[in-house]
Design a protein around this ligand. Structure first.
Ligand code: AMP
Length: 288
Protein backbone atom coordinates (compact mmCIF):
# COMPACT_ATOMS: atom_id res chain seq x y z
CA UNK A 1 0.00 0.00 0.00
CA UNK A 2 1.30 3.45 -0.92
CA UNK A 3 0.80 6.41 1.40
CA UNK A 4 0.27 9.77 -0.33
CA UNK A 5 -0.61 13.10 1.24
CA UNK A 6 -0.27 15.52 -1.71
CA UNK A 7 -3.10 16.06 -4.20
CA UNK A 8 -0.81 16.24 -7.26
CA UNK A 9 1.00 13.00 -6.35
CA UNK A 10 -2.36 11.30 -5.81
CA UNK A 11 -3.66 12.49 -9.19
CA UNK A 12 -0.49 11.15 -10.88
CA UNK A 13 -0.82 7.78 -9.19
CA UNK A 14 -4.50 7.41 -10.05
CA UNK A 15 -3.94 8.54 -13.68
CA UNK A 16 -1.25 5.89 -14.00
CA UNK A 17 -3.64 3.22 -12.72
CA UNK A 18 -6.38 4.44 -15.06
CA UNK A 19 -3.99 4.30 -18.06
CA UNK A 20 -3.45 0.65 -17.15
CA UNK A 21 -7.19 0.18 -17.62
CA UNK A 22 -7.98 -0.05 -13.93
CA UNK A 23 -11.34 0.87 -12.47
CA UNK A 24 -10.84 3.23 -9.52
CA UNK A 25 -12.68 2.83 -6.21
CA UNK A 26 -12.78 5.47 -3.45
CA UNK A 27 -13.62 5.02 0.24
CA UNK A 28 -13.74 8.40 2.02
CA UNK A 29 -13.28 8.19 5.81
CA UNK A 30 -12.28 10.27 8.82
CA UNK A 31 -9.97 7.51 10.06
CA UNK A 32 -9.82 5.66 13.40
CA UNK A 33 -10.83 2.73 11.27
CA UNK A 34 -12.99 -0.19 12.40
CA UNK A 35 -14.64 -3.17 10.71
CA UNK A 36 -17.37 -0.89 9.30
CA UNK A 37 -14.78 1.05 7.31
CA UNK A 38 -13.01 -2.18 6.33
CA UNK A 39 -16.27 -3.59 4.92
CA UNK A 40 -16.42 -0.52 2.64
CA UNK A 41 -12.83 -1.21 1.54
CA UNK A 42 -13.73 -4.84 0.87
CA UNK A 43 -16.74 -3.71 -1.20
CA UNK A 44 -14.43 -1.30 -3.07
CA UNK A 45 -12.14 -4.25 -3.81
CA UNK A 46 -15.13 -6.16 -5.22
CA UNK A 47 -16.27 -3.24 -7.41
CA UNK A 48 -12.93 -1.85 -8.63
CA UNK A 49 -9.30 -2.79 -9.38
CA UNK A 50 -7.53 0.09 -7.66
CA UNK A 51 -8.73 1.17 -4.23
CA UNK A 52 -8.05 4.60 -2.72
CA UNK A 53 -8.94 5.12 0.96
CA UNK A 54 -8.90 8.71 2.19
CA UNK A 55 -8.45 9.59 5.85
CA UNK A 56 -9.30 13.23 6.45
CA UNK A 57 -10.97 14.69 9.53
CA UNK A 58 -12.83 17.41 7.67
CA UNK A 59 -13.10 20.53 9.86
CA UNK A 60 -15.91 22.08 7.83
CA UNK A 61 -18.41 19.37 8.77
CA UNK A 62 -18.01 19.95 12.52
CA UNK A 63 -20.13 22.59 14.25
CA UNK A 64 -18.45 25.09 16.61
CA UNK A 65 -19.49 23.10 19.70
CA UNK A 66 -18.75 19.66 18.20
CA UNK A 67 -15.87 17.24 18.74
CA UNK A 68 -13.34 18.26 16.02
CA UNK A 69 -10.43 18.57 18.46
CA UNK A 70 -11.10 15.38 20.37
CA UNK A 71 -12.18 13.27 17.36
CA UNK A 72 -10.12 10.04 17.71
CA UNK A 73 -7.13 9.77 15.39
CA UNK A 74 -4.54 6.98 15.03
CA UNK A 75 -2.96 6.90 11.60
CA UNK A 76 -0.44 4.17 12.45
CA UNK A 77 -3.24 1.88 13.54
CA UNK A 78 -5.27 2.77 10.41
CA UNK A 79 -2.29 1.91 8.19
CA UNK A 80 -1.78 -1.34 10.03
CA UNK A 81 -5.44 -2.35 9.59
CA UNK A 82 -5.47 -1.49 5.88
CA UNK A 83 -2.16 -3.28 5.29
CA UNK A 84 -3.45 -6.33 7.12
CA UNK A 85 -6.61 -6.43 5.02
CA UNK A 86 -4.60 -6.06 1.79
CA UNK A 87 -7.24 -4.39 -0.45
CA UNK A 88 -6.17 -0.73 -0.30
CA UNK A 89 -3.68 0.42 -2.96
CA UNK A 90 -3.32 4.04 -1.87
CA UNK A 91 -3.96 5.62 1.51
CA UNK A 92 -4.59 9.34 0.91
CA UNK A 93 -4.13 11.56 3.97
CA UNK A 94 -4.19 15.22 2.91
CA UNK A 95 -3.62 17.91 5.53
CA UNK A 96 -6.21 20.61 6.18
CA UNK A 97 -3.86 23.04 4.41
CA UNK A 98 -3.69 20.73 1.38
CA UNK A 99 -7.50 20.48 1.15
CA UNK A 100 -8.26 24.10 2.06
CA UNK A 101 -5.24 26.22 1.07
CA UNK A 102 -7.48 29.30 1.13
CA UNK A 103 -10.93 29.84 2.63
CA UNK A 104 -13.46 27.78 0.66
CA UNK A 105 -15.86 30.13 -1.15
CA UNK A 106 -17.77 27.38 -2.94
CA UNK A 107 -20.13 25.16 -0.97
CA UNK A 108 -22.38 22.32 -2.10
CA UNK A 109 -25.81 22.66 -0.48
CA UNK A 110 -28.76 20.29 -0.62
CA UNK A 111 -31.28 22.30 1.38
CA UNK A 112 -34.26 19.95 1.24
CA UNK A 113 -32.42 16.73 1.99
CA UNK A 114 -30.63 18.27 4.94
CA UNK A 115 -33.66 19.83 6.62
CA UNK A 116 -34.65 16.70 8.52
CA UNK A 117 -33.00 14.04 10.72
CA UNK A 118 -29.42 14.99 11.70
CA UNK A 119 -29.60 18.17 9.60
CA UNK A 120 -31.88 19.76 12.21
CA UNK A 121 -29.38 19.61 15.04
CA UNK A 122 -26.22 19.87 12.92
CA UNK A 123 -26.67 22.97 10.73
CA UNK A 124 -23.94 23.16 8.08
CA UNK A 125 -22.79 19.58 8.67
CA UNK A 126 -24.04 18.16 5.38
CA UNK A 127 -22.86 21.18 3.38
CA UNK A 128 -19.40 20.41 4.83
CA UNK A 129 -19.75 16.72 3.95
CA UNK A 130 -21.09 17.31 0.41
CA UNK A 131 -18.39 19.90 -0.31
CA UNK A 132 -15.47 17.77 0.88
CA UNK A 133 -16.79 14.68 -0.92
CA UNK A 134 -17.21 16.78 -4.07
CA UNK A 135 -13.55 17.86 -3.70
CA UNK A 136 -12.42 14.27 -3.14
CA UNK A 137 -14.41 13.15 -6.20
CA UNK A 138 -12.65 15.82 -8.29
CA UNK A 139 -9.23 14.90 -6.86
CA UNK A 140 -9.52 11.12 -7.20
CA UNK A 141 -12.01 10.88 -10.12
CA UNK A 142 -13.17 7.44 -8.99
CA UNK A 143 -15.46 5.19 -11.02
CA UNK A 144 -17.12 3.95 -7.86
CA UNK A 145 -17.40 5.36 -4.33
CA UNK A 146 -18.51 3.46 -1.25
CA UNK A 147 -20.47 4.87 1.70
CA UNK A 148 -22.02 3.23 4.75
CA UNK A 149 -25.78 2.86 5.17
CA UNK A 150 -25.17 3.61 8.83
CA UNK A 151 -24.97 7.28 7.88
CA UNK A 152 -28.21 7.02 5.92
CA UNK A 153 -28.77 10.74 5.42
CA UNK A 154 -25.18 11.19 4.24
CA UNK A 155 -25.64 8.40 1.71
CA UNK A 156 -28.85 10.00 0.35
CA UNK A 157 -27.11 13.40 0.15
CA UNK A 158 -24.14 11.99 -1.79
CA UNK A 159 -26.37 9.97 -4.14
CA UNK A 160 -28.41 13.09 -4.88
CA UNK A 161 -25.31 15.28 -5.36
CA UNK A 162 -23.88 12.78 -7.85
CA UNK A 163 -27.15 12.81 -9.79
CA UNK A 164 -27.63 16.59 -9.69
CA UNK A 165 -24.02 17.44 -10.60
CA UNK A 166 -23.58 14.63 -13.18
CA UNK A 167 -20.60 12.95 -11.55
CA UNK A 168 -19.83 9.79 -13.59
CA UNK A 169 -19.52 7.80 -10.37
CA UNK A 170 -21.44 4.79 -9.07
CA UNK A 171 -22.28 5.36 -5.42
CA UNK A 172 -22.73 2.15 -3.48
CA UNK A 173 -24.30 1.96 0.00
CA UNK A 174 -22.78 -0.74 2.20
CA UNK A 175 -24.81 -2.37 5.03
CA UNK A 176 -24.03 -1.40 8.62
CA UNK A 177 -21.46 -3.50 10.47
CA UNK A 178 -22.39 -4.09 14.11
CA UNK A 179 -20.85 -5.26 17.35
CA UNK A 180 -22.01 -8.67 18.62
CA UNK A 181 -24.71 -6.97 20.74
CA UNK A 182 -26.05 -4.97 17.78
CA UNK A 183 -24.43 -1.59 18.42
CA UNK A 184 -23.46 -0.04 15.07
CA UNK A 185 -19.68 0.25 14.88
CA UNK A 186 -18.56 3.86 15.01
CA UNK A 187 -15.34 5.71 15.75
CA UNK A 188 -17.37 7.73 18.27
CA UNK A 189 -18.17 4.58 20.32
CA UNK A 190 -14.70 5.16 21.80
CA UNK A 191 -16.21 8.06 23.78
CA UNK A 192 -18.62 5.77 25.70
CA UNK A 193 -17.86 4.88 29.33
CA UNK A 194 -18.30 1.21 30.31
CA UNK A 195 -21.77 1.94 31.76
CA UNK A 196 -22.83 3.95 28.70
CA UNK A 197 -21.52 1.21 26.40
CA UNK A 198 -23.86 -1.20 28.21
CA UNK A 199 -26.85 1.01 27.32
CA UNK A 200 -25.82 1.79 23.73
CA UNK A 201 -27.35 -1.32 22.05
CA UNK A 202 -30.84 -0.03 23.01
CA UNK A 203 -31.03 1.86 19.70
CA UNK A 204 -30.63 -1.29 17.64
CA UNK A 205 -32.89 -3.26 20.00
CA UNK A 206 -35.67 -0.71 19.38
CA UNK A 207 -35.06 -0.78 15.61
CA UNK A 208 -35.10 -4.60 15.64
CA UNK A 209 -38.44 -4.52 17.46
CA UNK A 210 -39.71 -2.21 14.69
CA UNK A 211 -38.52 -4.57 11.98
CA UNK A 212 -40.27 -7.50 13.64
CA UNK A 213 -43.51 -5.45 13.94
CA UNK A 214 -43.37 -4.52 10.26
CA UNK A 215 -42.67 -8.12 9.33
CA UNK A 216 -45.81 -9.07 11.25
CA UNK A 217 -47.83 -6.64 9.13
CA UNK A 218 -47.80 -3.32 11.00
CA UNK A 219 -47.99 -0.49 8.42
CA UNK A 220 -48.79 2.52 10.63
CA UNK A 221 -45.75 4.73 10.97
CA UNK A 222 -47.13 6.33 14.15
CA UNK A 223 -47.33 2.94 15.91
CA UNK A 224 -43.82 2.03 14.92
CA UNK A 225 -42.30 5.35 15.92
CA UNK A 226 -44.04 5.51 19.29
CA UNK A 227 -43.01 1.90 20.00
CA UNK A 228 -39.38 2.74 19.28
CA UNK A 229 -39.60 5.83 21.52
CA UNK A 230 -41.06 3.77 24.37
CA UNK A 231 -38.31 1.17 24.21
CA UNK A 232 -35.55 3.79 24.18
CA UNK A 233 -37.22 5.91 26.89
CA UNK A 234 -37.48 2.86 29.16
CA UNK A 235 -33.70 2.48 28.97
CA UNK A 236 -33.44 5.52 31.21
CA UNK A 237 -30.02 6.73 30.04
CA UNK A 238 -30.53 7.33 26.31
CA UNK A 239 -31.98 10.75 25.43
CA UNK A 240 -33.80 10.66 22.10
CA UNK A 241 -33.05 13.40 19.57
CA UNK A 242 -35.28 12.03 16.82
CA UNK A 243 -37.08 8.89 15.67
CA UNK A 244 -38.32 9.14 12.08
CA UNK A 245 -39.50 7.05 9.16
CA UNK A 246 -38.50 8.55 5.81
CA UNK A 247 -38.19 7.54 2.17
CA UNK A 248 -34.61 6.36 1.55
CA UNK A 249 -34.00 8.64 -1.45
CA UNK A 250 -35.90 11.87 -0.69
CA UNK A 251 -35.75 11.57 3.13
CA UNK A 252 -39.37 12.80 3.19
CA UNK A 253 -41.36 11.55 6.21
CA UNK A 254 -43.99 8.96 5.43
CA UNK A 255 -47.27 8.16 7.24
CA UNK A 256 -47.69 4.74 5.73
CA UNK A 257 -44.92 2.21 5.40
CA UNK A 258 -44.68 1.50 1.69
CA UNK A 259 -41.69 1.38 -0.67
CA UNK A 260 -38.06 1.85 0.39
CA UNK A 261 -38.17 3.20 3.92
CA UNK A 262 -35.46 4.12 6.38
CA UNK A 263 -36.35 4.18 10.06
CA UNK A 264 -33.71 6.33 11.72
CA UNK A 265 -32.90 7.26 15.30
CA UNK A 266 -30.46 9.61 17.00
CA UNK A 267 -29.93 9.66 20.75
CA UNK A 268 -27.43 10.89 23.26
CA UNK A 269 -25.98 8.47 25.75
CA UNK A 270 -24.18 10.67 28.25
CA UNK A 271 -22.50 13.23 26.02
CA UNK A 272 -22.05 10.86 23.07
CA UNK A 273 -24.46 11.26 20.17
CA UNK A 274 -25.27 7.95 18.46
CA UNK A 275 -27.22 7.37 15.25
CA UNK A 276 -28.59 4.18 13.74
CA UNK A 277 -31.16 3.10 11.17
CA UNK A 278 -32.72 0.15 9.45
CA UNK A 279 -33.99 -0.07 5.90
CA UNK A 280 -37.15 -1.90 4.96
CA UNK A 281 -38.53 -2.55 1.50
CA UNK A 282 -42.27 -2.86 1.70
CA UNK A 283 -44.13 -3.93 -1.43
CA UNK A 284 -47.73 -2.88 -2.20
CA UNK A 285 -48.77 -6.49 -1.59
CA UNK A 286 -47.61 -6.05 1.99
CA UNK A 287 -44.65 -8.43 1.75
CA UNK A 288 -41.23 -7.43 2.96
P1 AMP B 1 -16.48 8.13 9.05
O1 AMP B 1 -15.04 7.78 9.20
O2 AMP B 1 -17.27 8.03 10.30
O3 AMP B 1 -16.69 9.44 8.32
O4 AMP B 1 -17.10 7.02 8.10
C1 AMP B 1 -16.54 6.78 6.84
C2 AMP B 1 -17.47 5.87 6.06
O5 AMP B 1 -17.63 4.64 6.78
C3 AMP B 1 -18.88 6.46 5.90
O6 AMP B 1 -19.35 6.16 4.59
C4 AMP B 1 -19.67 5.73 6.95
O7 AMP B 1 -21.04 5.62 6.64
C5 AMP B 1 -19.00 4.36 6.93
N1 AMP B 1 -19.26 3.63 8.17
C6 AMP B 1 -19.07 4.09 9.43
N2 AMP B 1 -19.47 3.17 10.34
C7 AMP B 1 -19.93 2.11 9.63
C8 AMP B 1 -20.48 0.85 9.99
N3 AMP B 1 -20.65 0.48 11.26
N4 AMP B 1 -20.84 0.00 8.99
C9 AMP B 1 -20.67 0.36 7.69
N5 AMP B 1 -20.16 1.54 7.29
C10 AMP B 1 -19.79 2.41 8.25
Amino acid sequence: MEHIDAILALRDRVSHARRQGKRIGLVPTMGFLHEGHLSLVEAAHQHSDFVVVSVFVNPTQFGPTEDLEKYPRDLQRDKHLLDGQGYCHVLFTPSVQEMYPSPQETTVNLPTLTQSLCGKSRPGHFAGVATVVCKLFNIVCPDVALFGQKDGQQLAVIQRMVRDLNFPIDVIGVPTVREADGLAKSSRNAYLSATERGHAPILFQALSWARAEIESGQRLTSEILSGIRNIIDQDGLAQIEYVEAVRCDTLQPTDTLEGDIMIAVAAKIGTTRLIDNIRVQIGYNATL
